[in-house]
Structure formats: C-alpha cells, structure tokens
Design a protein around this ligand. Sequence first.
Ligand code: FAQ
Length: 337
Amino acid sequence: MYTQSFSVQDDPAQKAVKQVGSTEPAELMAKFDACIDGDGRIEPQDWMPEAYRKTLVRQISQHAHSEIVGMLPEGNWISRAPSLKRKAILIAKVQDEGGHGLYLYSAAETLGTSREQMLDGLHSGKAKYSSIFNYPTLNWADVGVIGWLVDGAAIMNQIPLCRCSYGPYARAMVRVCKEESFHQRQGYEALLVMVRGSQAQKDMVQDAVNRYWWKCLAMFGPPDSDSPHSAQGMRWGIKRISNDDLRQKFVDATVPQARVLGVTLPDPDLAWNEERGHHDYGQIDWDEFWATVNGNGPCNKERLATRVKAHEDGQWVRDAAMAYARKQQQRSTKEAA
Ligand code: FAQ
C-alpha cells in the first residue's frame, strides 16, 4: 500500500521553479538541469551546483540523525520487552535503525561531508532530527505504535525518496524502505495481539495512539505553504511529493488500519470527504511542533545528552579500530617491501 507513491506522476509545475540568482557556470548548469528534467540521476563524480549539494547534505543529515536518535525511545524497552520473541524482534529493529543511519552518513560522505562533521552538528545541537523522537515511550504499547505509525509515516515519506535524483541517497532508500516495511508490520502485529487481550492492554494501545497520532502527522514537516525548502527540493527531484500530500496519503492509509485494530484516532474532525476522495482531518499544533524542532520538546535534552555520552563512551572503540587499521597497514607495507 505504501508503494503507491512510486506511481505518482511528477507535477510539471515543479520543473518550472528555476534557481534564483545562480552564479554557477552556465554550461555546467544547463547540463545538470537537463539531467534533472530528464529524470536522470546525479552521481558523486558528476558536477552539481553547490546549492543542490548543500540541500542534500542538509536533508540527509536530518534523516541520518533521525535514524540514530530514533533508536533511543524504543531502545529503552529492550530490557523490558514482554517475551523473548518481542525482545529479539525489537533488538533487530533498533539495530536496523542504526544501520540506516550508517547508510545515510555514507551517502553524505559521497557529497564531501565527513561523519565527524555531521556528528559535530548533531552533538552541538545545530543539526536537526525528526521531532517525533523527542517524546517519551511510556508503556509497551508505545513500541507497537512507533512501529505502526512512526515507521508507517517514515515509509510513506521515504518511498518517494527511492526516486530521489541523487543516486546514493535513492539507492540507500530502497533497502531502508524494505526494512521499514518489516518494522511497520511487526508494530502492527504487536498491537493486534494487545487489542485481543485484556481491557488493560486495549487501554494501553488507545493511550499510546492518543499520544502519538498528532506527532506522527507533524513528522511530514510544515504545511507546504510554510515549507521553505519544498519548492526547490521538488524542482531538483530530491522530494517528489509535497509534505501535505504525503500527510494526506498517510491519513488515508491509516484510517482503515485503525478500524481493524479497533482504536479511535484522536481527531473529532477526521471524516471521509466524498468530494475530495480523501479524509479531512483537524488542525496540527504547529507551535508545539516548532518548539520541539527547536530543542524544547519533552525529551530533546535527554536525547541529545544520551547521544553525546554514547559517542564519548565509544571513543576507546574508535581509537582501537584506528590503531588496528594502522598496524595492518604497516604490516602490509612491510610485506610488500
Ligand atoms: N522534525 O522546508 P521543510 C524515521 C525541518 S526517519 C524535525 O519542509 P524539507 C525512521 C526541516 O529539516 C524520520 N525537523 O524541509 C525511524 C527544515 O529545517 P532546516 C525522518 C523538521 O527538508 C522510525 C525545516 O523544518 N525522516 O522515522 C521536521 O524540504 C522509527 C523546514 O522544513 C526523514 O528525515 C520534523 N518532523 O522537508 C527511526 C526523511 N519536518 O534544515 C527510528 C527525509 C521539517 O531548514 C524509529 N527527510 N523539519 O533547519 C525529508 O523528507 C524532509 O527533510 C522533511 C522536511 C519532509 C522531513
């Protein structure tokens, strides 16, 4: 169902957005534009305008950090998973998210930005990561809801990125989406088991849905009218579907899933609109979203402090790996001599 985004036609109006005041060499720029207009792929060795490179690094950095910080809310529940099976699934899922972060840091490296630079940005609080990971996971149902809704929203957003104009990012996304699809299903299945259980379990699921629903809608970013990067990102074929259109797709896909689970999505304005062929939904609290994005959500400080500590605690591993690599290199140089 999430793969429907593959078949969405690009809006020709996107291509009409031209770069304003470019100082790039006209000939190279024309070649680049022709590649983008022809739905080609830009590879690391190809010439690209600096603004395109910068936009990609910005978006990939936000995405990579989201995967890494995103390990924390669910990671908190590994030691408290209700069975060995759930523990094994959760460990695998959290590990996958770490892997996604690494593919993405590698994709950014192909654009000339080192992992150290990106991590400095995260640890100093300059770089962004997804707002959703600044909320606490209060009960076991939160883990299921993160799989169902957070990974569901992530897939919806990332399937179009498999067609991103920058080759390494697009290719990384193919694998990431396959894994996210497993994550979404394991979350949904965990919730199905809970809603067939006791009243207390059903209440836990509903409580988790109530807390996460609106935050998941905000994951798609600000409304199109308030999204500074969307027009250019779409012109360059980095983004293929707008923030609002993806949000709408997510709502439409999730309503029937909620019905099967027997949970209520906490929005009195949620209703099918026959004329639009979509669900209408209520107002997202954008003030709360921006407060969270700007570092003042319920868990921002804790998340960042945990990441900084993990990085510092891991220094000895990086030192040992570098010392080993140097030793191996010296040995092979000696053998070659
Ligand atoms: N949270 O003009 P736009 C996952 C920022 S991965 C925080 O619309 P753009 C997997 C935005 O960066 C989830 N900041 O920007 C998982 C920009 O800031 P800047 C992450 C946000 O780039 C599951 C400013 O607002 N997925 O969940 C958010 O065109 C479970 C203006 O916004 C990705 O990152 C937000 N929600 O569109 C892991 C996908 N929204 O740079 C563990 C790739 C917007 O000006 C467990 N990224 N901002 O300072 C994207 O598709 C895009 O970057 C958007 C934003 C759609 C997020």
